[in-house]
Design a protein around this ligand. Structure first.
Ligand SMILES: [Zn+2]
Length: 169
């Protein structure tokens, strides 16, 4: 139903509905389904399924319509996922992550960093303290942040790629 193998998607939904919720979500097919069918398919308790569905409903990810049996008066809830809203949420998530990573990258590129045992500071701050940290009583040493910059660039590239995929899909 949704690309749950993507780590950002997993993290996003894990925060919202937990590990069990993810399992439940993964078993929901494209077409409409009842909560009881989901419980059976995902081998989860009905109460858990309902809790997850309710959370997804509140976040406008899951929607339902009701069908009333004329004879028994029994009401069936038929659930489905709003794919457009999931797409929109994931795009927003990607956008937010990119903003954070890009501003971090910018800081790393323009700054010169020093590190003691307890913190990492800019050159200006280390110099102002005579390259000595009073808090942990150790020297501020120069840190080469080349590897970190590369890591950030790769992460940004990965998320950009993912964002393009969401747009397409
Ligand atoms: Zn320190």
């Amino acid at each position: 139903m949704f690309e749950s193998e993507n780590f950002i998607v997993r993290e996003y939904f894990r925060k919202m509905i937990g590990e069990e919720g993810l399992k439940i979500m993964e078993t929901v097919p494209e077409e409409e389904i009842t909560d009881e069918e989901i419980a059976k398919l995902s081998d989860t308790k009905l109460t858990s399924v309902r809790k997850v569905l309710y959370t997804l409903y509140e976040n406008r990810i899951a929607e339902y319509r009701t069908e009333r049996d004329d004879n028994s008066g029994w009401i069936t809830y038929l659930w489905h996922f709003n794919r457009d809203n999931i797409k929109k949420l994931m795009e927003e998530e990607a956008e937010g992550l990119l903003q954070g990573l890009n501003s971090q990258l910018e800081e790393e590129r323009k700054g010169v960093f020093y590190q003691c045992h307890c913190q990492r500071v800019l050159f200006e701050e280390a110099a102002a303290k005579d390259f000595w940290c009073d808090e942990c009583s150790s020297n501020f040493e120069y840190v080469d942040n080349g590897a970190l910059i590369k890591e950030l660039e790769e992460k940004i590239e990965e998320i950009e790629k993912w964002k393009r995929e969401i747009k397409k899909g």
